[in-house]
Structure formats: C-alpha cells, structure tokens
Ligand binder design. Structure first.
Ligand SMILES: Nc1ncnc2c1ncn2[C@@H]1O[C@H](COP(=O)(O)OP(=O)(O)OP(=O)(O)O)[C@@H](O)[C@H]1O
Ligand SMILES: [Mg+2]
Length: 266
C-alpha cells in the first residue's frame, strides 16, 4: 500500500483554552480527493493553515499532521519551508490577497519553479506552459500583467498556476470558487478537476457548500464547531444526511438557491 500523502491525527487548535479544531483525524491517499464541509467558523481554514504550518501566533496546536511522512506540528520553519508548495500547496478564497499586488504575474508563477531549481529557458517555457494549462488566453499579456489588471476568475487561475508551479502532491483548495460569479465558479471547478486528474494530485477541497464539493470530491467530512459530525460519500450525505446539522446545511443552501432564482426571475 502507498503511504498517505497526508495523515491528520487528533488535530486540536486552541485559542485561550477554547478548542477551535477539536480532535480532527483523517487520511488523504495519493490522488485522493476529500471535501471539508461546514458553515462559517467551523474550523475549516484553521485546518488548512495548520497543514501548511501557517497558523497565526497565539493559537496552540496538539496532535499530529504528517505531510509526506514528515511531522508538521512543532516542526522548525526550515522544515516547513521545504514542505510548503511541494508537499501541499494552497489556493485560497480571495486570489487578490494571495497574489503579490506589486509583482508581475509571470514572476509569481516562476518563484516556486526557481525553488525547484528550474532556470533560464526552461523556466520561461515552464511559466508559459502553466499559463496555458490553467486556460489563460493571451499568455504574453498575462505574464507581464500585475494582478489588478486581471479579472477575478483570471486571478484565481493565476493562483492555481502558482500552486501547480511547486508540483505539489496535494492541492489545498480553501473555498477557491466562493468569491467568483457562478459561471466562473463552474469553470474553475472543472479546471481543478482536470489538472488534479492529469497530475494524479490529491485534493483537499474546503467549502461550506456540499453541492460544490460533490462536483470535485467523492468523500467528505462535515465539521461543526471544530468537530467532525459526519463523514462518508458526498452523494450519500446529500441524499440522506445522518446529522441534523448536515441536513440544516443542505436545506439552507437550497433556500439560498431558491431565493436567488426568485430574484433573478423577470
Ligand atoms: N487567530 C485567531 N484567534 C482566535 N480565534 C480565531 C483565530 N482565527 C480563527 N479563529 C476562530 O476560529 C473559528 C474557526 O475559524 P476558521 O477560519 O477555521 O473557520 P472557517 O470554517 O474557515 O469559516 P469560513 O467559512 O468563514 O471561512 C472561528 O470561530 C474563528 O473566529
Ligand atoms: Mg475559511
């Protein structure tokens, strides 16, 4: 059996004694996709930040997170720098904050490749290749552009290209489509699906929306107040939620969709 790409065991994150993530455990196999679902404040982002060793000061972490077999909890910054981007790379909700506003897009995509030792023509070619893989047209303009010169959807494609430039084993996608228009959301989901398949990359896909998660991941965990309340196949969870909280999440998503539809009607 191949070793898991990620093993989270009894992960607990506390602030002032209160557990914000409470005894979370799951594994992610190479190439596997898993959804992390829960309403705002359930601890999804703290979980992704903990995996990257990027939790803000003042939070205490216990339990274990093994990325490619290396322990992240309590690891030195040097170890974490070696893992970030390569073992696991993030795509966050708001690409505007994930990108450096003062650096041209091409350079930002090149950085993780440089770290892998790519240089010269291979670097230039590699950046072009990635820009086309994330379906950004007009590559010449895009690589010379600053983030503010691109649309939200284009920026999220750039953020994905930066993540892919590190050739990560795991993509940590934290609400990557939430800030985008519905039609752009669908494009980005399809893109993540395609690049993950091509690269046999694992995906941890974080969202408050079970229907969105079902497009990407066959299995998922439902979190509430930092704890897992339900786990299993997303299709089963959608059809027959075991927990009243999950049923509530599904119902409120449907109510929102209905309300949106009513407003859109002429
Ligand atoms: N640095 C911090 N200090 C204290 N509490 C924090 C800190 N960061 C986050 N929290 C709290 O931890 C809880 C979980 O936060 P987290 O960002 O993981 O939620 P989330 O599930 O990602 O929510 P959202 O869907 O809104 O992104 C929230 O109640 C939040 O207020
Ligand atoms: Mg979050």
């Amino acid at each position: 059996m191949t070793a898991p790409a990620l093993q989270v065991d009894q992960l607990t994150v506390r602030a002032n004694g209160a557990a914000l993530v409470d005894g979370l455990s799951f594994d992610l196999a190479p190439g596997e996709r898993l959804g992390l679902i829960g309403e705002s404040g359930s601890g999804k982002s703290l979980t992704t930040l903990a995996i990257l060793g990027l939790l803000p000061d003042g939070l205490t972490v216990t339990g274990s997170i093994r990325l490619d077999g290396t322990e992240v909890v309590g690891a030195r910054e040097r170890t974490l720098v070696g893992l970030r981007g390569r073992a696991a790379a993030p795509v966050f909700q708001e690409p505007r904050t994930a990108l450096d506003p003062l650096m041209r897009v091409g350079r930002q995509i090149a950085l993780p490749m440089r770290r892998r030792g790519v240089s010269g023509r291979a670097l230039q070619g590699g950046v072009r290749e990635l820009v086309s893989q994330v379906s950004l047209d007009d590559a010449d303009r895009v690589v010379r552009a600053f983030p503010h010169e691109l649309s939200g959807g284009q920026r999220q494609r750039v953020a994905l290209a930066i993540a892919l430039a590190g050739e990560p084993r795991i993509l940590l996608a934290d609400e990557p489509t939430t800030a985008l228009d519905v039609s752009v959301q669908a494009d980005i989901l399809a893109l993540i699906d395609r690049v993950a398949r091509e690269r046999e990359m694992s995906v941890l896909f974080v969202s408050h929306d079970l229907a969105v998660v079902s497009q990407i991941a066959p299995r998922g965990l439902v979190m509430r107040h930092g704890r897992v309340v339900e786990r299993g196949e997303i299709s089963r969870i959608l059809a027959a939620p075991e927990h009243t909280y999950t049923a509530g999440l599904i119902a409120s998503a449907r109510r929102f969709e209905d309300a949106l539809e009513r407003r859109m009607r002429p």
